[in-house]
Design a protein around this ligand. Structure first.
Ligand SMILES: [Zn+2]
Ligand SMILES: [Zn+2]
Length: 407
């Protein structure tokens, strides 16, 4: 139970640090550090990862124990030197997980999401997906295999993860001598840059000596331009998660012969056909009405994200005590809300139908809790009736999808 409590407090702690960073950015007169749409998008992706993590973290931990109990190579005791060795080993494994995440298409499909953000602040640190967590767990298995006890490994992963949160900010000044040993916000900012000389540099998470050793270290010279060399111009929750898998599949289909098909999956992202993404976006995403228009009704987004955060915090705290139906309900309602937030940013008209799905799910769940599930059709009938009578879709679009022109 202790562990679950800790996780529940991670969300409020994140928002507290984010609030401090935001206030500091205002005080330092650097409002450009935050971009509204991008921040919302980053936080949505982070919420989804924390949510799904509740369902799968236990199996990650079980996997470490399974490997340690059956296949460990060494019997490593627990003492101060072993902790130091573990922190180094963890960062070394991270270095290679991260480097391959940039050099192999299949791994890049998971890691690219972290790099979509064109802003560099604490919200970018939250931009982690479950796919990334799964790939990373595969790499972490090396640690119990070598012989580090899983309880030590799990503790270290939490410390390691917390450290990298604080390297995603532009508000901590540069301390050059620290960069000889530690990854600082400036060092990691270079990793997030799309400038030619900053590409494929600084893979370390805590220490810079792996990068120095393998020739991938680059210190900050000019101010970095954050984001991808080929930016993803979409805030769609689903498209952001899956676009690169679709790109790999398309490249695989277009490739002829085993070698070319192999390269489509395991080759370098640098060789990805840049014509594929626009083609797929035309197929899967409708064109936006006007890219220069911004959403006026932002409060609706804040409310939805706020409710998601609150739900997730309480859900994390009580996760162990809930039954399967409660868990599936919370999982689906939060995920649908996140899809809704993305659709709102993209001004998609179909999000209106998603609202119906959400209301229907909510009422059905309430009826289930009250043992009245056989009356599920009543809210459905009311919704259809209300739609016919008050033409809600038009009203909804006029209020929620209001736009204002920005230069
Ligand atoms: Zn990276
Ligand atoms: Zn990062």
């Amino acid at each position: 139970m202790k562990h679950i409590n800790f996780l529940a407090f991670a969300m409020p702690a994140f928002f507290l640090f984010l609030f401090l960073e935001y206030k500091l950015a205002q005080r330092k007169k650097r409002p450009e550090i935050f971009n509204y749409e991008s921040s919302v998008s980053n936080i949505s992706i982070g919420i989804a990862e924390r949510l799904i993590n509740l369902f799968i973290a236990a199996s990650f931990y079980q996997l470490y124990y399974l490997i340690y109990d059956n296949y460990r190579i060494l019997d490593i005791p627990s003492n101060v030197f072993v902790w130091i060795a573990l922190i180094l080993a963890t960062d070394f494994v991270w270095y290679w997980y991260h480097r391959l995440g940039h050099e192999v298409n299949f791994f890049w499909a998971a890691h690219i999401v972290h790099h979509h953000s064109e802003e560099f602040n604490f919200t970018a640190a939250a931009r982690i997906t479950t796919f990334q967590a799964v790939v990373r767990t595969g790499f972490w298995c090396v640690l119990p295999l070598v012989g580090f006890h899983p309880s030590m490994v799990i503790t270290m992963l939490i410390v390691h993860g917390a450290y990298s949160f604080f390297t995603h900010t532009q508000l901590i000044g540069r301390v050059k001598w620290l960069e000889y040993v530690f990854v600082t916000p400036s060092v990691h900012g270079v990793h997030h840059a799309s400038d030619e000389k900053y590409l494929d540099k600084n893979y370390g998470d805590m220490f810079t000596f792996w990068d120095r050793l393998f020739g991938t270290f680059q210190e900050e010279e000019e101010k970095p331009k954050y984001g991808l060399t080929h930016p993803l111009k979409s805030y769609s929750f689903l498209w952001q998660h899956f676009h690169y898998y679709f790109e790999i599949y398309e490249l695989w289909k277009r490739s002829e012969g085993f070698k070319a098909k192999w390269k489509a999956v395991f080759g370098s992202p640098a060789h990805m056909d840049q014509d594929i993404r626009p083609t797929l976006e035309k197929r899967f995403l409708q064109d936006k009405a006007n890219p220069h228009q911004r959403l006026r009704f932002k409060n609706y987004l804040y409310i939805q994200l706020g409710v998601c955060t609150l739900f997730l915090t309480v859900f994390t705290y009580y996760f162990e005590f809930l039954n399967a139906v409660d868990k599936v309900f919370v999982l689906s309602i939060i995920l649908i809300t996140l899809v809704n937030c993305g659709a709102l940013l993209e001004q998609r008209k179909w999000m209106y139908y998603l609202e119906y799905v959400r209301i229907f799910m909510f009422t059905t769940y309430l009826l289930y809790v009250e043992n009245l599930i056989s009356f599920f059709f009543i809210p459905l009938a009311i919704m259809i009736f209300a739609e016919q009578l008050f033409s809600l879709s038009t009203r909804y679009q006029n209020v929620i999808l209001q736009l204002e022109t920005s230069e």
